[in-house]
Design a protein around this ligand. Structure first.
Ligand code: NAD
Ligand code: SER
Length: 316
């Protein structure tokens, strides 16, 4: 029987992934943790504990006491916020991963999930159809930490047999929990402002193409990868995940099909340079071939669902 620990359960991904894991593996078998309180849906449906992932002793105590077999390590500082506090973000993003990998090695944890990002790529990477293996020279502290993390998880696999699985998530779009301070957050914020005030001032320019993915597709991909037979995995760093490629102008056009008065204006800030350094569209053929990555949501389907769910949420 699997016993799962989620670290960072209160964030944009954790708040949905934890519930999906509980449905799949049993509510009592998924222990949720975060440095801040969890949404009621999580703290009321199973065990929740406050945990700073940098607190190695407490992490070890939980892993041993709960007899954890799998860890989903989601705690991190995202790209936009990390640029404001580079050294503190490096400390959290890297030290937390090393803590988890070391304890996974010592305690023989069966599997670890740790997400990487499109931020591992940089301005010298081919922007379109970005291959799995290519030039990687990230120029953000977040991207550098993700690339270093990919190297560490592969190192721990080769040297100690720690089985860490990882996806280079694109920007994730969801309606349950707000986005956590990244460069792709505009694609979540825009829906709230479109519904509330029928206008949005975008912090990226109109033609900023980026890869994005709807949350349920990302969660399915995560669990599919974690459940894939290890013999199918040709790499032990992190898999490219393409999702949907669009820019703010195209997303605004799609929103206008539902809210015709919607107006978008553009006021690019420091995140524009980050977006410009990332790929526009990614090639995820290796993930498709190895373990059957698939997704359901395209731009129209995602937009329709986001608008109807956020309307429901805002009307209480
Ligand atoms: P988020 O910021 O919404 O959530 C992260 C959670 O980690 C927060 O609840 C936060 O309280 C928690 N946390 C921060 N510091 C902690 C600490 N010291 N100890 C314990 N918990 C701590 O981020 P997210 O969007 O849910 O992202 C989760 C993971 O996925 C991160 O590794 C992120 O880099 C990666 N990722 C996210 C996206 C995206 O678009 N959301 C894209 C690519 C990769
Ligand atoms: N959505 C994330 C960010 O913008 C990508 O990793 O930081």
């Amino acid at each position: 029987m699997e016993k799962i620990l989620v670290i960072g359960c209160s964030g944009q991904i954790g708040s949905e992934l934890t519930l999906e894991l509980r449905k799949k593996y049993g509510f009592a078998n998924v222990i949720a943790t975060d440095i801040r309180p969890a949404p009621a849906e999580i703290s009321d449906s199973g065990k929740f504990e406050i945990l700073d992932v940098l607190d190695t002793s407490k992490l070890q105590l939980i892993l041993e006491h709960e007899k954890i077999t799998q860890v989903y390590h989601l705690a991190a500082i995202l790209s936009g916020n990390a640029e404001k506090r580079p050294l503190a973000s490096w400390e959290i993003n890297m030290k937390s991963l090393i803590n988890v990998l070391e304890l996974a090695r010592e305690l023989k944890i069966k599997k670890v999930f740790w997400p990487s990002s499109i931020a591992v790529f940089g301005p010298t990477t081919p922007r379109y159809n970005t291959p799995q293996y290519t030039i990687m020279e990230p120029n953000t502290v977040y991207g550098i930490s993700k690339l270093a993390g990919e190297r560490w998880i592969e190192y721990y696999y080769n040297k100690y047999g720690v089985d860490t699985r990882s996806l280079r998530y694109p920007g994730l779009i969801s309606y349950k929990t707000e986005a956590g301070g990244g460069t792709t957050d505009y694609a979540v914020e825009i829906f709230y402002d479109a519904i509330r005030q029928k206008k949005y001032e975008c912090f990226l320019g109109p033609e900023s193409d980026l890869p994005m993915m709807f949350m349920s597709d990302a969660i399915k991909a995560t669990i599919d990868l974690m459940e894939a037979d290890s013999s199918k995995l040709s790499l032990h760093s992190s898999y490219n995940v393409a999702g949907i490629c669009f820019n703010p102008r195209q997303l605004a056009d799609e929103i206008r099909k539902h809210i015709p008065e919607f107006l978008i204006t553009y006021k690019p800030d420091f995140r524009q340079a980050i977006a410009d350094s990332w790929p526009a569209c990614i090639d995820d053929s290796v993930a498709k071939k190895d373990w059957g990555l698939s997704s359901e949501f395209d731009l129209p389907k995602m937009t329709e669902l986001m608008i109807s769910e956020i309307r429901k949420k805002l009307s209480g």
